[in-house]
Design a protein around this ligand. Structure first.
Ligand SMILES: O=C(O)CCC(=O)C(=O)O
Ligand SMILES: [Fe+2]
Length: 358
């Protein structure tokens, strides 16, 4: 039996240093355990270069006949882009935002009834990457992998079925959209379904699975010294992110520094994940990103992390590898990669990189 995403950390518990959630609303000053300095994260205060002004993540209209090449260009330069005219109904985006808001407004004791276990993927808790940092992040999260029914029943004894329907519909739309975006990006490199065995063998999306990560960044008394979600790359093929109308997401570019992604109502942010970087033999960048917080407005985001079925081996597409060189990465399943990431975090990609003769 292939491992399901829900079982990925069974036997690989992650010990989170601070797993209880504070009551954010009661804190008037940032406690020391939440105060970040460059010692806690090397890029914490990376100053934007003068070039940063005017540089913005591309907003791509999917109805534009040129969308594939724009997406390909964005994947190579930014590892991210925003999309408009994506076909996901506005009511569904509003529905998932409403669900996320209602979940995080529940009393802490209720949320803790659906707390994520140390070996689990689903449930309420701090971000898994918290175990790699000495300081705590100013956020709370809820991960959905597989059916949310059991957890939702604990959170909302009466309304859980309505909320399950929203999640199911949202995931269906995201799944289709993610697949469409992956092929648009690959087509821009001259790669088609014929070139990827697992895609050719499994029509539709039988080879894909996903997780939904709901994030809440409460109002923060000293946002400049706090961190909502520390810098990381996603382990997915692609991540599609919905953010409410409060800015906070930032992307890192080596040549520019941190760039804030402005919320554009109705649009979605797409990130290239580590697996897509591997599949493209390093041509697409898996974007380093983080979330900052705000003094007056709370922020919500919903990340749809999309990847292959657990037994699908991801390796660089042969067409993208020069006949004179070995592929940049060896092949990995999503499960293997997630476990590598759980141990080595931002060094996971270098752990599976093939060493080339110089
Ligand atoms: O809240 C955001 O904008 C970023 C969320 C994120 O990066 C994640 O959940 O992986
Ligand atoms: Fe992320």
């Amino acid at each position: 039996m292939p491992t399901m995403l829900t079982d990925v950390f069974r036997g690989h518990p992650i010990h989170l240093p601070h797993s209880h959630q504070p009551d954010f609303t009661s804190l008037r000053e940032l406690p020391d355990s939440y105060t970040w300095t460059p010692k806690d994260d090397l890029l914490f205060a990376a100053a934007p270069s003068p070039r940063a002004t005017g540089e913005n993540i591309p907003l791509i209209d999917l109805n534009n006949p040129d969308a594939a090449s724009q997406i390909g260009h964005a994947c190579r330069t930014w590892g991210a882009f925003q999309i408009a005219n994506h076909g996901v109904p506005l009511e569904l985006l509003e529905g998932i935002e409403f669900l996320t808001g209602s979940l995080f407004r529940l009393p802490v004791q209720r949320k803790l009834k659906a707390a994520r276990s140390e070996t689990g993927v689903s449930g309420y808790g701090v971000a898994r990457i918290a175990s790699f940092f000495n300081k705590q992040m100013w956020s709370e999260g809820f991960t959905i992998s597989g059916s949310p029914l059991n957890d939702f029943r604990k959170l909302w004894p009466k309304l859980h079925l309505n909320y399950c329907d929203i999640v199911e519909e949202y995931e269906e739309h995201m799944q289709k959209l993610a697949s469409k975006l992956m092929w648009l990006a690959l087509n821009s490199l001259g790669v088609s379904e014929e070139d990827i065995k697992w895609a050719r063998l499994n029509s539709d999306y039988n080879w894909a699975q996903a997780a939904l990560q709901l994030n809440h960044y409460p109002v923060c008394p000293q946002p400049d010294r706090a961190m909502g979600l520390a810098a990381h790359t996603d382990s997915s093929l692609l991540t599609i992110l919905y953010q409410n109308n409060t800015a906070g997401l930032q992307l890192f570019r080596d040549d520019i520094g941190w760039v804030t992604v402005p919320p554009v109502p109705g649009s979605l942010v797409v990130n290239v994940g580590d697996l897509f970087h591997i599949l493209s033999n390093g041509l697409f960048k898996s974007v380093l990103h983080r979330a900052r917080v705000n003094q007056t407005r709370s922020r919500l985001s919903v990340a749809f992390l999309w990847g292959p079925q657990s037994d699908t081996k991801i390796s660089p597409v042969p067409k993208l590898v020069s006949p004179f060189e070995s592929p940049l990465y060896r092949s990995v399943t999503w499960t293997e990669y997630l476990r590598t990431k759980a141990t080595h975090f931002n060094k996971a990609l270098s752990m599976i990189r093939n060493h080339r003769e110089e």
